[in-house]
Design a protein around this ligand. Structure first.
Ligand code: PSV
Ligand code: MN
Length: 426
C-alpha cells in the first residue's frame, strides 16, 4: 500500500484552519521571545529517525505473543510499512535491518523500493543472541565472549557478513548488541569474558569499511540475569576505545538500571566525541520497550536538552544514528511508531526552545531557581502546532494518527496481506 500525495493534501484541508489558529498563537509568542521559527522548523524537518525492521509486527513477551493482522511477512512489505510511516510523518526516512531476520533476497529490488519511498538504510544490527537453524556452534553460553574459540569465530564471521550485507544497501554502521553474560555467580570469569569480547570486536572492526562506524550497545541485564559482559556505558566506551576511532558507544534508553541519569551519560559521551547512536523507547521497570515518551516524557526532554547542546557545541562528536527500538504486544505497531515519532519530535522541539545563553548565565550565577525556570518553561510549551507546521512544510499530514485511521491503512493492509501473517523478529 502506498499513500498518495493527494490523499494527504485532502486530509490536511480538513484540519488546516484549526492548525492555523493554534500555530499563529504559538508562533507569535515564540517570536516575541526571540525564537527563530524558520531555524526550528528546518531542524525538525531534518531530524529523521530509523525504524527498526523488527518493530513492524507485534512484539512478544516470554509469556506469549498476540499477533496483529496484516503484519508484513517479508522485507519488501516491511519497507512498504516504513514508507507509510514516512509519507504520513516525513520523519521516518530510514530503516534499520536486523540480520539474519531481514536478509534481502534481491538487493537491487529492495534498494529500488527503498529509494522510491525515500528511505535510507541506517545501521545494520547483528544477531548473536539466537541460534540459527543449521549453525555449527551455539550461543547458549555467549558469542563474542565465549570460552570456545570456535563459537567466537562463528560470531565474528556473522558480524563480518552483516557488514557485507549492509554495504550492499548503503548502510554506514554496524550495531553490535550482545546478550553475553552469566546467569549465576561463578559461571563466568569476568576478565576472560571481557578480554575475549574486546579481541573479537577488534577482529570485526578490522573488517569495517573506511567510512563505517561500529556502535557498541550496552545493557545491564536480560537475557542474562547475574552479569552482562557489556553492562554499561563505561564497558562500552572501553571496548570502543580499544577498537579505534570508528567505534562508538550506543545508548538505548531502556538499557539502564532504574533512575540512572541518562542525560549525563549522553552529555559526557558527546564531550569525548564517543556517542555514536541512540535507541529510543520508554520503560517503567526495565527494558520494557514501550512507546517513546509514554512513561517519562520529562526525562526524554532532559536527554534531548543534552543532545541539542552536544549537537551545537561538540563538533568532535559525529552525527548520530537515531533509531526507535520499541515493540510490544497490544497496539497496532504502526500507530505505536507514529506515537513514538511524535514524542521524539516533541521532545526535540522543546529542547530547541531552551535559551542556552540564558541557561549558561544562570548557571554561572549559581541561580538554581532560574535554571529550573528556563528548562521547565521550554518543557511546558505546547509545541504540537510547530510539529504540524514542520509536517505540512515537508508534505506530510497534520495529524498522522487521525490520518492513519481515516485512510483505513490497517484495513487496507489486512485486505492485501490477510490476517495470519507474522513479521520476522522477536
Ligand atoms: C536488545 O535489548 C536491543 O535493544 C538491541 O538493540 C537489539 O538489537 C534489539 O533490542 C532487538 O532485539
Ligand atoms: Mn537497542
Amino acid at each position: 500500500m502506498k499513500i498518495q500525495q493527494e490523499k494527504i493534501s485532502d486530509f490536511n484541508k480538513k484540519e488546516l484552519e484549526n492548525h492555523k489558529d493554534n500555530f499563529d498563537f504559538l508562533a507569535s509568542n515564540l517570536t516575541k521571545n526571540g525564537h527563530n521559527l524558520d531555524t526550528i522548523l528546518s531542524k525538525l524537518s531534518e531530524f529523521q529517525v530509523a525504524i527498526p525492521s523488527w518493530a513492524l509486527g507485534a512484539g512478544g513477551t516470554r509469556f506469549g505473543r498476540f499477533g496483529f493482522y496484516g503484519e508484513p511477512s517479508n522485507l519488501e512489505e516491511k519497507i512498504d510499512d516504513v514508507g507509510i510511516l514516512h509519507s504520513l510523518t516525513q520523519t521516518a526516512g530510514a530503516v534499520s535491518l536486523h540480520i539474519p531476520w531481514d536478509i534481502p533476497s534481491d538487493y537491487a529490488a529492495i534498494k529500488q523500493k527503498a529509494d522510491a519511498l525515500n528511505i535510507k538504510f541506517d545501521a545494520v544490527n547483528s544477531n548473536t543472541f539466537q541460534d540459527q537453524l543449521g549453525a555449527k556452534e551455539s550461543y547458549k553460553y555467549g558469542s563474542l565472549s565465549n570460552v570456545s574459540k570456535a563459537v567466537r569465530e562463528q560470531a565474528i564471521q556473522h558480524n563480518l557478513d552483516v557488514i557485507k550485507i549492509g554495504d550492499k544497501l548503503g548502510s554506514k554502521a554496524l550495531t553490535v548488541w550482545l546478550a553475553d553474560g552469566s546467569c549465576f555467580p561463578g559461571q563466568n570469569n569476568f576478565q576472560t569474558a571481557f578480554q575475549n569480547t574486546q579481541d573479537s570486536l577488534i577482529d570485526i572492526y578490522k573488517g569495517l569499511p573506511e567510512d563505517w562506524k561500529m556502535l557498541v550497545e550496552y545493557k545491564p541485564y536480560e537475557p542474562n540475569f547475574y552479569s552482562t559482559v557489556i553492562q554499561d556505558w563505561g564497558a562500552s566506551l572501553m571496548l570502543a576505545n580499544g577498537c579505534g576511532e570508528k567505534a562508538y558507544t550506543l545508548v538505548d534508553l531502556g538499557h539502564h538500571l532504574p533512575n540512572s541519569n541518562i542525560e549525563q551519560i549522553v552529555s559526557i559521551l558527546q564531550l569525548k566525541g564517543k556517542l555514536g547512536g541512540f535507541h529510543f523507547n520508554d520503560s517503567k521497570y526495565g527494558d520494557d520497550d514501550l512507546t517513546v515518551g509514554s512513561i517519562k516524557p520529562y526525562a526524554l526532554f532532559l536527554i534531548f536538552n543534552e543532545l541539542v547542546y552536544g549537537m551545537q557545541n561538540n563538533p568532535q562528536n559525529p552525527d548520530l544514528a537515531w533509531m526507535i527500538d520499541a515493540s510490544h504486544n497490544v497496539k497496532d505497531p504502526l500507530e505505536d511508531l507514529i506515537q513514538s515519532l511524535e514524542a521524539i519530535q516533541e521532545a526535540y522541539a522543546k529542547a530547541l526552545l531552551i535559551d542556552q545563553d540564558a541557561l549558561r548565565e544562570a548557571q554561572l550565577n549559581n541561580d538554581v531557581v532560574k535554571c529550573q525556570e528556563i528548562l521547565q518553561g521550554a518543557y511546558r510549551t505546547d509545541v504540537r502546532p510547530l510539529l504540524e507546521k514542520a509536517r505540512i512544510n515537508a508534505g506530510a499530514v497534520i495529524n498522522p494518527i487521525n490520518a492513519y485511521r481515516a485512510l483505513g491503512v490497517r484495513e487496507q493492509l489486512i485486505k492485501e496481506r490477510g490476517k495470519n501473517t507474522v513479521a520476522t523478529g522477536l
